[in-house]
Design a protein around this ligand. Structure first.
Ligand code: SF4
Ligand code: SF4
Length: 245
């Protein structure tokens, strides 16, 4: 079985945030929930400053603290490497949110709504999307996924449960397809695939270039790898996204 992972090339990322946008469209997430978030930050001191970007999805850790702390077994690790939340079991205690060192969990405060991110009836949006209306319920709350046949929290948005990046399980379940962020990136900075296959693009990339993982020293064993220079500890975030919960 494939074991998924992601490789993000920081030298290619232009910080355009198209991946954030694609994630929101694909998964219809609430305004202030960013399953993929691209940090824009400034490094160094004037006049020797540099602008850099860091896209951050859930790291789908192999040794995930969020899975360990969940008191009801709702947060679980799938055989294919995806870390998911079984929304039928989640009691909304938010322990996973506290335990995760990457800040990628979002608590769903509101009852589910369609079109909660974009109003697809808006004239400008209709012009831009050429009348296309994307699917809204990703992953479908009523559908069991994976060999475990469990229902995964996502954009059906069950109120009072935790949601986060699912590696687009609705696209990738069963071994084909890629995530919406990898699909859209105009700079080909995001790659998704089978890290257990030595011939896959993702395996080749992490062998060929200097790869690192975020907070590796915490022993979380993330399945997301970055290529390029790790961000320094002294950075200033700029252009933060403003959104209402
Ligand atoms: S779409 Fe690609 S280039 Fe744009 S911010 Fe995301 S990773 Fe960077
Ligand atoms: S990044 Fe956070 S939520 Fe995702 S698997 Fe790791 S600990 Fe869990």
């Amino acid at each position: 079985m494939a074991r998924y992972g992601m490789v993000i090339d920081l030298e290619r990322c232009q910080g355009c945030r198209a991946c954030m946008e694609a994630c929101k469209v694909e998964n219809n997430t609430p305004q202030a929930a960013f399953w993929m978030y691209v940090f824009r930050f400034e490094e160094g001191e004037f006049p020797n400053t540099k602008i850099r970007f860091l896209p951050r999805p859930c790291q789908h850790c192999d040794n995930a603290p969020c899975v360990k702390v969940c008191p009801v077994g709702a947060r679980y690790k799938r055989q294919d490497g995806i870390v998911a939340t079984d929304w039928e079991r989640c009691i909304g205690c938010r322990y996973c949110q506290v335990a995760c060192p990457y800040g990628v969990n979002n608590f769903n405060w509101k009852a589910p709504e369609k079109n909660q991110y974009l109003d697809w009836k808006d004239k400008d949006i209709q012009t831009a999307s050429n009348g296309a209306v994307p699917p809204y319920d990703n992953p479908d709350l009523d559908k069991p996924y994976g060999p475990e046949r469990r229902k995964i929290a996502g954009s059906g948005h069950a109120k009072g449960v935790i949601e986060k990046c699912t590696f687009c399980v609705q696209r990738t379940d069963g071994g084909s397809g890629t995530t919406a962020c990898a699909n859209i990136c105009p700079a080909s900075a995001i790659h998704f695939g089978d890290l257990d296959d030595p011939n896959s693009k993702v395996s080749q990339l992490i062998k060929s270039r200097r790869a690192f993982r975020l907070l590796e020293e915490w022993n979380t064993e993330p399945r997301v790898y970055y290529l390029g220079e790790p961000p320094s500890v002294k950075v200033r975030e700029i252009e933060k996204v403003k959104a209402k919960v």
